[in-house]
Write a new protein. Sequence first.
Length: 202
Amino acid sequence: MLMRKINVAKLRADGLNYAGYIALIDQLLEVGKTTGPDQIPERVEKSALNRQRMKRWDKTAVLDELLIDKIQKTGRKTGLMIITEGWCGDAAQTLPWMNKMVELNPTMLEAFYVLRDSTDYINDYLTNGSKAIPVLVAFDFHSGDVIRVWGPRPTSITEWLTNLKKSGTLTKDEINYELHQYYAKDKGKAFMNDMSDFIDAL
C-alpha cells in the first residue's frame, strides 16, 4: 500500500462533508440511481438499504468513553479522507461512526468523503490489490503527509468473515446477510477497538 502525500487543496475541491455525502445519495435515490457509473438495479437497491442502516446508526451510535477521551485530546490538525460509495454495505455500517468521531473534535478533525469510482484516490490504497472500500486515510492537515490508513472493515470482523467464507457452507447472499447481522449485534465495538489504536497515531 502506497503512502503518497495528500494534495489537501485538491481533496478539498473533490471531497464532500458528511452532510453533503448523504445529500448526494438521497438525491440520486430520488431518481432511482446510486453513486458510481454502474447503475445496475442491485446496486441501487443496496444504496437504498444502506441509507436505512446509516439513518439508524446516525441516531443510535454512541462512542465509548476511552475513544471519546482520545479524540477530545487530539492536538494535531488532522484530515480524514474517506473513500466510499453509496452502495457499499461496509461503508454504511462504519461511516456514521466516523462522523461521530469528527463531531467530537471538529477543530482538530476534518473529514472529506470522496467516491471511489469518480476519483483516482483509491489507487494509492488498494487492499491486497483490490479496490475494497471504505478506506479511511488520516493525514497531517498542513503537510499532507499520510499518518494512518484503515479499511475496509474492522479487524475482528474481517477475521470472522474470512473464517466464515472458508467454511464453504454459505452462499454469497447468506454471507452478506450474516455480515450485516454481525454489525448490528456488535454495535460498533469492533470499529471502536480499531479506532482506539488509529487515534493513538494522530
